[in-house]
Design a protein around this ligand. Structure first.
Ligand code: P53
Length: 490
């Protein structure tokens, strides 16, 4: 009996990838609305009008768009997030399906620009509040506990334009106003909150593909993170004041790193990779101060952070109650030359000969999940939540409408077994929400055909489809897993 009696089984989504209704009921545009569709080998593009008035599109990169340019939605491109899977108009049907599977929790995010269309208004858009209140009440009908991400990659576009996004300190107060509105308006309906989704991506993905990155890019990335740390810490304090029952967590993109060889240089590089990519953010949010290795990381890239004395106070007072993370894969690091590499978005690097890779190049590694769980519980001694895990894969709809996805069931079975081993070894794991429990738009590639769901959505990459929902084989399997509290994985 590994899993807690009230273990939170469920699934996860994000507003910008599933809601659609991007310009409905007063919602303003978000950064995710100027991203086109891509694929495993061709990146998503960001579209804009350059300073001479010409329409342009470029891969979504660290430096952002050129000086004097303005983000824009252009004719001739498809923007998959605009319609998502139209959760905005299907939420009742979708929540009924989650309830049928027996979900105890549902992870979703609140679109900042639905509440504050530009991001800097004094008062929120009531239509936006009403939408989320309806969703939370619908969940309550089925006793499904919401787990709410406050920011999931979708900063209002206006704040990107006006302030240059998160590298500007101004964003702290605007985010805090938004978070405070969420805590106040949804008090009594929501108890579990996450402040920033995969906060560490900003630094982790900067130089992973060998692209050209300058010290300025690092300066901006670390300053961005500092502002998000302070914003998160302030939100934690306010969330606790508004309702002492609130449990507020960080959310880290969890990747397990391995050294390729036992060359001590590889071992050291591997440790430093963990520090920069994983521990840096988790330590600040869980321990309330910068770790000792932070100085080394900044010095390596000539970073001079602007930190106010009161920021350090806020960090100390705003530590999170729980540590949440996503987990999809492990990665290999080495100081040696590598000939056998893996390509695919977000997994560039040496191939691990012991593992199988998905069609998008992600390594399936359940043991890496056990390793990560045991390491993080030992490091922070806070309740852990796996808030994303899953396999993006192609699905085929049979003549009779059924969808057979044994590969997805296998993936989940192995990861749930790894979780139960970690729990048996003393880890306090309280929740598991699989990513994209209903098919949605991929964040990395913008595709629909990279599907994660137990529930299939008939929307295709060319924009066709009637948005109808159907149950995959994994739907019935997960229902059984939940009903048996993780005992029956057959
Ligand atoms: P997609 C990269 C690496 C690991 C997780 O990703 C990542 C990313 C960014 O794509 O993102 C998280 O859709 C993220 C979700 C995202 C999910 O993983 O590229 O929190 O928004 O959809 C899966 O297959």
């Amino acid at each position: 009996m590994s899993f807690l009696k009230n273990f939170l089984w469920g699934g996860a989504t994000a507003a910008n990838q599933c809601e659609g209704a991007w310009n409905v009921d007063g919602r303003g545009p978000a950064l995710t609305d100027v991203k086109t569709g891509g694929s495993v080998n061709s990146p998503r593009l960001v579209t804009y009008i350059d300073k001479d008035g010409n329409p342009q599109a470029q891969p979504d990169m660290a430096g952002g768009i050129p000086e004097g340019a303005h983000y824009a939605v252009l004719d001739g491109y498809l923007y998959p997030n605009h319609d998502g899977i139209d959760f905005y108009h299907h939420y009742k049907e979708d929540i009924a399906l989650f309830a049928e599977m027996g979900f105890k929790t549902f992870r979703m995010s609140i679109s900042w620009s639905r509440l504050y269309p530009n991001g800097d208004e004094e008062t929120p858009n009531q239509k936006g509040i009403e939408f989320y209140r309806n969703v939370f009440n619908e969940l309550k009908k089925y006793n499904i506990e919401p787990l709410v991400t406050i920011w999931h990659f979708d900063t209002p576009l206006y704040l990107e334009e006006k302030f240059g996004g998160w590298k500007n300190r101004k964003l702290i107060d605007l985010y805090v106003r938004f978070a405070k509105t969420c805590f106040t308006e949804f008090k009594g309906l929501v108890k579990y909150w996450l402040t920033f989704n995969e906060i560490n991506n900003t630094i982790m993905f900067l130089d992973i593909f060998g692209q050209k990155v300058t010290d300025t890019d690092f300066q901006n990335a670390y300053q961005t993170l500092h502002h998000q740390f302070v914003a998160s810490a302030k939100a934690v304090q306010i969330g606790h004041e508004i309702d002492p029952d609130n449990k507020i967590g960080c959310m880290i993109c969890g990747i397990t790193f391995y050294p390729m060889t036992c060359d001590p240089k590889d071992i050291l590089l591997n440790r430093h990779t963990w520090e920069k990519n994983i521990f840096y953010c988790g330590d600040v949010q869980c321990k309330g101060k910068y770790p000792t290795f932070a100085e080394r990381l900044w010095k390596d890239r000539n970073v001079k952070l602007e930190i106010l004395p009161e920021d350090l106070e806020d960090l100390k007072k705003g530590t999170v109650d729980m540590y949440s993370f996503s987990y999809y894969m492990s990665t290999v690091v080495t100081t040696h030359n590598v000939t056998d590499t893996v390509s695919g978005n977000f997994s560039a690097g040496a191939r691990n000969e012991y593992l199988q890779y998905s069609d998008w190049g992600w390594a399936t590694d359940p043991t890496g999940l056990q390793y990560y769980l045991e390491m993080m519980y030992d490091r922070y001694e806070k309740p852990l939540l796996i808030v994303e895990n899953g396999l993006g894969a192609f699905d085929t709809v049979e003549e009779n409408g059924s969808i057979h996805d044994p590969f997805r069931i296998d993936y989940y079975r192995q990861h749930i077994e790894a979780m139960s081993k970690a729990i048996d070894n003393g880890v306090d794991l309280i929740a598991y929400t699989t990513w994209g429990c209903i098919d949605l738009v991929s964040a990395g590639t913008g595709e629909m055909r990279k599907r994660y769901g137990f529930i299939y959505v008939n929307k295709q990459d060319d924009g066709t489809g009637d948005y109808s929902r159907s149950r995959k084989d994994s739907f019935y399997w997960y229902k059984k897993v939940i009903a048996s509290n993780g005992e029956d994985l057959a």
